[in-house]
Design a protein around this ligand. Structure first.
Ligand code: ZN
Length: 176
């Protein structure tokens, strides 16, 4: 009599199937309108949410997928925000938090715009120099900070005025 056993087995595999399909749904579920940010380096999803102004705190629906395996990068995070389109200024900052991220703007379930968060060669008015004697700090009302990309990984930028470099951690802390 294999009855109870079979039942037990099929119950277990149903549960497995259910778990798997829930997992897949979480990864692929489409949003109708909003922003999907993919290929965020694992562990940076919460920084990306902060950059977006913590939309979940304003009542927007947010889906976070963290630490999933990726073919492009070892492990990645994904952030989906329903009903919010990322601004150009935010894409520029996103490039500094998650340099490999790809951004899809969704309207009526369709991708209407794709943006790559590429750290710009020249950066003006986003980061501030942390050298107290730098002219962009001493005369910050008339001199706007300008940085040039020094290194992509780990990310660093160099002040055009005094040559001081901002390391990845300095950049992250300035972006909140
Ligand atoms: Zn400087």
């Amino acid at each position: 009599m294999g009855g109870p056993n079979e039942n037990g087995n099929s119950g277990a595999s149903d549960r497995r199937r259910k778990r798997l399909s829930e997992k897949q749904t979480m990864l692929v579920q489409k949003i109708s309108d909003g922003t999907v940010i993919d290929h965020i380096a694992a562990g940076k999803a919460l920084s990306v949410l902060r950059l977006l102004g913590n939309p979940q705190a304003r009542g927007d629906t947010v889906a976070l997928v963290m630490n999933v395996s990726s073919s492009k990068m070892k492990r990645k995070d994904i952030v989906k925000v329903e009903g919010v389109e990322i601004s150009e200024e935010q894409v520029q900052k996103l490039a500094l938090i998650a340099p490999q991220a790809s951004v899809n703007i969704i309207r009526s379930y369709r991708v209407v715009d794709k943006k790559n968060a590429v750290p710009p060669k020249l950066l003006s008015g986003v980061l501030n120099c942390n050298n107290p004697t730098c002219v962009s700090v001493k005369e910050k009302d008339s001199v706007s900070p300008i940085f040039s990309l020094a290194e992509i990984s780990p990310l660093s930028y160099q002040c055009k005025y005094c040559g001081r470099k901002l390391a990845e951690q300095d950049i992250l802390s300035q972006l909140g």
